[in-house]
Design a protein around this ligand. Structure first.
Ligand code: AMP
Length: 448
């Protein structure tokens, strides 16, 4: 990931180089943030209803948190981490996913002493050195949920239910199919992995080169390889269901019953395995109806062994994560537009030093009253200021000139019709509120 080019050295014969964002690292411009805020609100709302509290862990962690947590042989760890060495020689990595850091924090802060389960949600940037393409970035955001400290299928069902509710609230649930599967308890999973290895041994030359490596390191991943030959072989491979012990079976049956009880529609997909090592029992993913697994919007599962793997006591847990940029993409494709919260209501135009002072006060008072207000405080002509007001798309402009200052009045201009009305200075604010509509004023109160 180091860039050894020296193209940013200033060549004085040319104008300075213009920089671009790095490949796979994209800007979120104000118009994107309208969507981002909508998603954040939906997540926060549903998380709070269920008693989940927000957590943020650092972007950088000691690399071991991920190599031990996610598994050395997983794609995310072996190929996709941004890893660097600190000045003191410590290996550090940008977080490629959220769960391992949250579990590290749970252990570090002794949260096993809190009433269990401890429930978190997060909305955070993550980093993966993957080939950028549609819906795949090197920096992307995920919202996710982690419930640590309880093993019960009702936990899994409830978290899946919350994640589904959020997609419904956003109006895009119909674009996805929820796929569920069970990987069984760790011992059932170990038996199954052995059976898979035995099945694929001798068939290596029919597998793609990635899967040839996976056969030793992570044979479950062969099952969700996208290569046709691997898929054909996988379809005939032993099924996890044949290896489930009574406890795994019972857990999975309960999960399905609870999802049905909560009216969450799902498909059973016996080949769904997920990419990371830490899962056992429940795994799930939301697949794009038109593109399948290619562009899953989110997923997760049970990770009963992870807390122990990272040095804590044995603690069962369940979690999942969703890609914010992918959700944004679906909102846009579905034609869903966030409410125009950033819209400017009123523009203040002024001429003359006295009018400028009055305008400064008026801008501040209007904002205080929840009116989104812009003022042109430069020295432009009235015509230029009105043009500017037009460009900002405001419905009303308040005009203050020398005459108005002398008479303690202001002009309110209806921009769409070009009609103007003279009002008393002290009535400008109620007049504007009446025009904007009380329901549209933006009063911010801490604690809301
Ligand atoms: P994962 O845990 O890898 O399944 O990731 C969960 C979700 O995060 C995926 O379903 C995507 O929506 C999103 N995601 C994962 N990797 C990327 C990426 N490189 N770019 C954008 N979104 C991603």
């Amino acid at each position: 990931m180091s860039d050894t080019s020296n193209t940013d050295i200033l060549d004085i014969s040319q104008s300075p180089k213009k920089f671009q964002s790095l490949r796979g690292f994209t800007d979120h411009l104000p118009e994107d943030h309208e969507y981002f805020t909508l998603i954040k609100k939906a997540v926060r709302h549903r998380a709070r209803q269920a008693g989940l509290r927000r957590i943020s862990t650092p972007l950088l962690e000691e690399t071991g948190v991920f190599t031990r947590g996610l598994g050395e042989s997983t794609d995310v760890v072996s190929k996709e981490m941004f890893t660097m060495t600190s000045r003191s020689g410590k290996s550090m990595s940008l977080k490629p996913e959220g769960t391992a850091g949250v579990v590290r924090a749970y252990i570090e802060h002794g949260m096993h002493t809190l009433p269990q389960p401890v429930q978190f949600y997060y909305i955070e940037p993550h980093f993966r050195y993957d080939r950028p393409q549609k819906g795949r970035f090197r920096q992307f955001h995920q919202y996710g949920f982690e419930v640590i400290g309880e093993r019960d299928a009702s936990v899994d069902a409830q978290v899946i239910h919350i994640s589904w509710k959020i997609l419904k609230d956003l109006g895009i649930a119909e674009r996805f199919d929820l796929q569920i599967n069970t990987l069984g308890t760790p011992s059932a999973r170990a038996d199954y992995i052995l059976a898979l290895k035995n099945y694929f041994y001798g068939k290596e030359r029919h597998l793609c080169s990635d899967c040839q490596n996976r056969l030793e390191s992570n044979p479950l991943r062969i099952l969700d390889c996208k290569e046709e030959d691997c898929q054909i072989l996988s379809s005939l491979a032993p099924k996890m269901q044949e290896y489930l012990d009574a406890e795994s079976k019972d857990f999975y049956e309960k999960l399905k019953e609870y999802l049905q009880e909560l009216d969450v529609p799902f498909y059973e997909n016996t080949r769904l395995v997920r990419g990371l090592d830490y899962y056992s029992d429940t795994v799930f993913e939301y697949w794009d109806r038109t593109q399948g697994a290619q562009n899953a919007i989110g997923g997760g599962g049970r990770y009963d062994g992870l807390v122990e793997k990272l040095g804590g006591q044995h603690t069962p847990a369940f979690g999942c994560a969703f890609g914010v940029e992918r959700v944004m993409m679906h909102l846009k494709e579905a034609g869903i537009t966030p409410p125009p919260k950033d819209r400017i209501h009123v523009f203040i135009a002024q001429l003359g030093e006295e009018a400028k002072k009055k305008a400064m006060r008026l801008v501040s008072d209007l904002r205080e009253n929840g009116i989104h207000t812009m003022g042109a405080m430069g020295k432009s002509s009235m015509k230029a200021q009105l043009k500017m007001a037009d460009k900002f798309g405001v419905d009303w402009t308040v005009i203050l000139g020398e005459v108005e200052v002398r008479n303690h009045t202001a002009i309110i201009r209806d921009m769409a019709h070009g009609r103007q009305e003279i009002v008393k200075m002290e009535t400008v604010i109620p007049e504007i509120i009446a025009r904007v509509g009380k329901e549209n004023v933006d009063i911010y109160q801490l604690g809301e």
